[in-house]
Design a protein around this ligand. Structure first.
Ligand code: ADP
Length: 247
């Protein structure tokens, strides 16, 4: 990370946003026929698809857990999702993102209801512009609800970065690359209230005071995303009702 380029000009960010402003977000639930649940999300220039399968039988069978469901999460970046072609297949970064994202979801999914079975979450990044892990988590949550997987709440994710010495919500590529810190968060939101932090990572440096402020900014951003996640789910369910009535 360096401070070669100016990220804040006249009190605004390079894309014109205020410090505490999210990128435009679009969420659509139930976009894939073959998955049990699915979601498409755009967070700024990020474009992500999530697909959920299960609860279903786990293969290979030795991975089954007789007391609860096994949750698997695979984060993948398409070769065409970044400027330079990304080498296909898993790498250290995608393995790490898959692990921390799975750990964010595991305590929320009611795994005890489905012994011996598996719940598979696939997230595919079609276009990347920083914050893909947060976009993927937001899409995965909606896809899990769409699949009818019982959960204790929703997981909502957003990052905060430090760019040119100020904290900015939902950093885009330039702020992520040239900023002084990048801190992705995910929260468990239950009954419209943030209950706990489900994921917290930090690349770079923040003071304790800055981390406290970043957490508050992320919480406020997450609540806005949560409303959009809920809207996408409600829209899917209400259109299904209409379809049923027509049939
Ligand atoms: P996140 O996407 O969650 O912010 P990172 O901080 O690791 O994760 O990555 C920031 C951004 O850097 C990505 O969103 C993407 O735009 C870019 N990036 C990541 N990996 C690659 C890669 N292998 N090739 C090119 N760009 C990449």
């Amino acid at each position: 990370m360096s401070e070669d380029i100016q990220l804040i000009v006249d009190g605004k960010r390079l894309d014109g946003r205020d410090f505490n402003e999210l990128r435009p977000i679009k969420i659509e639930a139930g976009i894939l026929k073959r998955a049990d649940g699915s979601c498409y999300i755009e967070m700024g220039k990020n474009k992500v698809v999530a697909a959920v399968y299960g609860p279903r039988e786990v293969h290979p069978r030795h991975l089954q857990d007789p007391s609860k469901a096994v949750v698997r999460y695979r984060y993948n970046m398409a070769p065409f999702s970044v400027e330079e072609r990304k080498r296909p297949g898993p790498d250290r970064r995608s393995v790490e993102i898959s692990k921390v994202s799975r750990e964010a979801f595991e305590p929320v999914i009611m795994k005890e209801l489905f012994p011996r079975s598996g719940i598979d979450i696939f997230v595919e990044v079609l276009q990347a512009d920083a914050g893909t892990r947060t976009a993927c988590i937001n899409a995965a949550t909606v896809a899990l609800v769409d699949a009818g997987i019982p959960m204790k709440g929703l997981i909502t994710s957003v990052a905060v970065a430090k760019a040119d010495g100020v904290l900015v919500l939902d950093p885009m590529k330039e702020e992520d690359n040239y900023g002084e810190a990048d801190v992705p968060f995910a929260f468990l939101i239950r009954n419209g209230k943030i209950e706990s932090i489900a994921l917290l990572q930090m690349d770079g440096r923040l003071s304790a005071e800055e981390l406290k402020k970043a957490t508050q900014m992320a919480k406020e951003g997450a609540m806005k995303i949560y409303e959009l996640q809920r809207e996408a789910i409600m829209k899917k369910y209400s259109s299904e009702e209409i379809e049923e009535q027509v049939i």
